[in-house]
Design a binder for this molecule. Sequence first.
Ligand SMILES: Cc1ncc(C[n+]2csc(CCOP(=O)(O)OP(=O)(O)O)c2C)c(N)n1
Ligand code: SF4
Ligand SMILES: [Mg+2]
Length: 297
Amino acid sequence: MARQSKIKKARITKKEMKKAEKVCDISKAWLDTNVKNTWCPGCPNFLILDAFKRAICELATSGQKKKEELVVVTDIGCNAKIYDYVSLSGINALHGRILPLAFGIKAGNPNLKPVCFGGDGGTYNEGLSHFLNACRYNMDMTLIVHNNQVFSLTAGQASTVTEQGFVEKTHPFGVKEKPFNPIALALEAGVSFVARVSALDIMEMKRVMQEAIMHKGFAFIEILQPCIVFHNNSDFLRTSTYKINEMDFENALKEARKWNYSQEGKAGLGIFFRKQDRTFEQKNLEWKLRNKIKIIS
Ligand SMILES: Cc1ncc(C[n+]2csc(CCOP(=O)(O)OP(=O)(O)O)c2C)c(N)n1
Ligand code: SF4
Ligand SMILES: [Mg+2]
């Protein structure tokens, strides 16, 4: 715990934040695009988009991150459409392949900060090995997972994090397997920043996104996002969550294991754990210097 208190957080003074908030209430439109939005009316993806625009607008207004330093990396799925709705540089990958693509972007230009958006399908199914290795490598980038616990764009098939018993067309008698726990997995894999938030809370999403983007290393945010058509857990999120404080590793793991991604019990929300660790880029550079490998820049 003592170690935690020394860790530098995203620094915006209260005064700067107030000023940025004021500006961004009006001018987050600065990040709008003219692409027609095709999310279902009322989808909580709209709230995630709003939180992200606020987060970026405030970071830019307060001088902490330039718009030009950010690059949005998405794949396929309802969540991935965010690529079209925010006016930032970006790239659209194959389903489940956001992280290797972001890795390449960061390796090619270390001055960029990739912000990856993925679904539970893309990240915890097709992209699972990339997810675990990204936690191990600790490359300096952000991953935001819209976890709606189904493959929404393809009409609601179960993913690896769908609760047991959930009925949909490919599981007419209900899902038999237990979901795995992405927060616990990320911690075990060595993640240096991990948080879980609700898509129904814009201001908390904004705060945590800012902390994650300013974190030096791999930052993983899981957003519990109801899909109001195929997996609507809005009531659960309204009534069965509680706020957590940052913890040391062992307690974060214990906290993560308290909820099993069903619609029972209570889910803790907030930043579970963060540490400052050497990034992949730093380790790579040290290795090159140690082995007298010529650095081409
Ligand atoms: C490699 C690959 N597998 C499957 C698909 C088909 N596919 C497209 S979108 C999608 C569902 C995406 O689910 P998720 O990643 O959870 O995103 P959501 O739509 O729920 O936001 C699937 C299976 C694909 N495009 N590529
Ligand atoms: S299918 Fe679900 S996740 Fe996709 S836009 Fe509609 S409500 Fe949102
Ligand atoms: Mg999904």
